[in-house]
Ligand binder design. Sequence first.
Ligand code: ZN
Length: 472
Amino acid sequence: MTRRSPRLALGLATVLIVCAASLAAAAPQTMRVDFYHSGNDKEERFSLDRVVVEPLPWPGNPTRSVDATNRGKYFFEIADATTGRVLYSRGFSSIYGEWETTAEAQTMNRTFSESLRFPSVDRRATITVRKRNATNQFVDAWTFSFDPTNKFVEKGVRVPAGALIALHDAGTPEEKLDLLILGDGYTAAERGKFERDARRLTQVLFATSPFRERERDINVWGLVPPATQSGISRPSQGLFRRSPVGATYDAFDSERYILTFENKAFRDLAANAPYDVVEILTNTDTYGGGGIFNLFSTAAASNLWAPYLFIHEFGHHLAGLADEYYTSDVAYLPATDRVEPWEPNVTALKDPSAFKWKDLVTPGTALPTPWPRTEFEEYTREIQARRRTLRAQNRPEADMNVLFREELARDTTLLNTGSHAGRVGAFEGANYEARGYYRPQADCIMFTRDEVGFCAVCRRAIAEIVDLYSAH
Ligand SMILES: [Zn+2]
């Protein structure tokens, strides 16, 4: 006994040391580079703002540090400055990247704040940001090196955002995709409403494939920093708020487009949760939302169509899905030629014998795939005109809901009956263009508000990103 005890004690100590070492290795801090992205439609410039160590450990999957999914208009990589070894990389899109395609960018310069987040580094590192060129290949756009031991690296700051709510706890953040639902425009007295909104939409998420099948791989968190006034800005109605997250309607002068341009406020509040992706819920009832790949998505929580907005916009944000619709008013200028888009769910179909979802095409389906497009376009144009009139007359949201219900009934019937229904093929009309871009199925939540969920190609594209953040 006396001879064995020291060995046992030593054994325990070894186990404890190994545990401590593996814990330390499993949980680096979360580091963030804030920068400014400026320019116009012809030139752009990146400039460093600050480097921050966020209060919580890195929530990403340590076994999937390098991103090979080829999503996003931009891509960043952080490498050891001495050895050149890549430590972390991710594709992303940005507000700047959308803005530079609007008419405004042809007439003026603007600046947007952006951030890069990655597991903390302890020695000099080089960050490279790449951007897609005219043929959608990534080329270097900005490179800089920084020393994480520099005294100006901000540490130990936490901007309060209220108590963290575990809406769906599947396990350790490093092993799960962590979705943060961040409330904006909720007063302290409306905290209960936020919780109800967030729980209701979390249920919608897990009722939707492929999230339903991946429930055990996804955590959902809630934060709601109290607003001094209820609601968010809506400039087209002369309504302005300094809401905590800064969400606003009328982004790029599109009345239904909700974004926040207050990136640093958004990041500092979100840093109170372990998060990989964020959906901003706005305490508003006017129809609206938005979603940018690897930045955030937004949805108006009190609108009748909140379940659709929440899921559709999350598809943009999480998986870089393109809009499959092409008839609604958008702020972007048409692409002059048809380069193959990087988004997984739209194609220019340059070669019908080999394109990105060829393996999912329903056997015996013609490419391109015939569908009743003339009828669809005629009534959709009519509904768009009535929609513009309702907004111009400032009619109540209930009138818009009646119109959208009518559209839903017509879409559901036309797109989900007949020989084209349910097939995977290549349906012309997608990505804001009536001609030259194709979508995978006649109907999908990225195309209409119908209750059809995601098409097979979108489901696969989402599952690939869930895999990137969850270990299973
Ligand atoms: Zn789809």
